[in-house]
Design a protein around this ligand. Sequence first.
Ligand SMILES: *Cc1c(COP(=O)(O)O)cnc(C)c1O
Length: 235
Amino acid sequence: MNQEKNLEMIRKNILEIEQEKAVIARRTGRDPSEILLCAVTKTHPAEEINAAIRAGVTDIGENRVQEILEKYEKVDKVNWHLIGHLQTNKVKYVIDKVCMIHSVDSMRLAAEIDRRAAQHGLAMDILIEVNAAGDEAKFGVSPEETETLITDILSQCGHVRIRGLMTIAPFAEDPEEVRPYFRTMKELYDRFGKIDHPNLDFRYLSMGMSNDWIIAAEEGATLIRVGTAIFGARH
Ligand SMILES: *Cc1c(COP(=O)(O)O)cnc(C)c1O
C-alpha cells in the first residue's frame, strides 16, 4: 500500500471507531466524550501517528519506554499513555513525558513513580492493572489484591493520583467470551471509586482492544486502547 493510501485508511478507521463508539455511549446512557479513544501506536512510525492526531486523536498509548523516547520529539503534541508493563528502573525516563501510567501492579512500582514524581514536583496519574481473568502469563494484581494495593498506595504515596483501573482481557476468537471479565472490572471500578481520599479520583476504566473494545465499552469502559483496528497489523 502506498503511504498516501495508508494515511487515508488510518483517518477512515478513526472516524469509523469514533462513530461506533458514539452509538455505544448513547446506548449506555453516556455522552460520547465519556469514552476516550486511546490510539495504540506501538511499532508505528511518527508519520502515521501524526496522521492520527490530525484526524482527531488526542491520546496515544505505547507499551515500551524505549519507543516513547525514540518517537517523543517526532510526534505532534498529544497525551502519551504508558500502557505496558513498566520496570522500576525505567520510571525516570517517562515520568515527565506521559500523562498516565496504566500498568501499576505493585507497591514497589508505585513507590518509584511517587519518588520520581516528587523530584519533578508533579503528581502522576496512574491506573491499577488488574488481572481479571487470573491469567498466569499476564501482569496485574488479582481482583482480591486490588483493594490492599490501593489503600497501601494511598497511605504511602503523596505524588500519585489513582484515576481508575485497567485490564487486558485474554484473547478470544469470540469476544463475547471475555464479557464476564469486563463486568468484574466494572464492579471493582464502582466499588473502589467510592473510596474517599484526596489522591483517588476515578475517571478511567481502561479496557478493550481492537478485537473486544465494543464489548468493553458496552460493559462500561471509559477508555479503550485500540491499535490494529486503526493502524493495521503491527510491523
Ligand atoms: C498492543 C496493546 C493494545 C492494542 O492492541 P490491538 O489489538 O492492536 O488493538 C492495547 N493495550 C495494550 C496494553 C497493548 O499492549
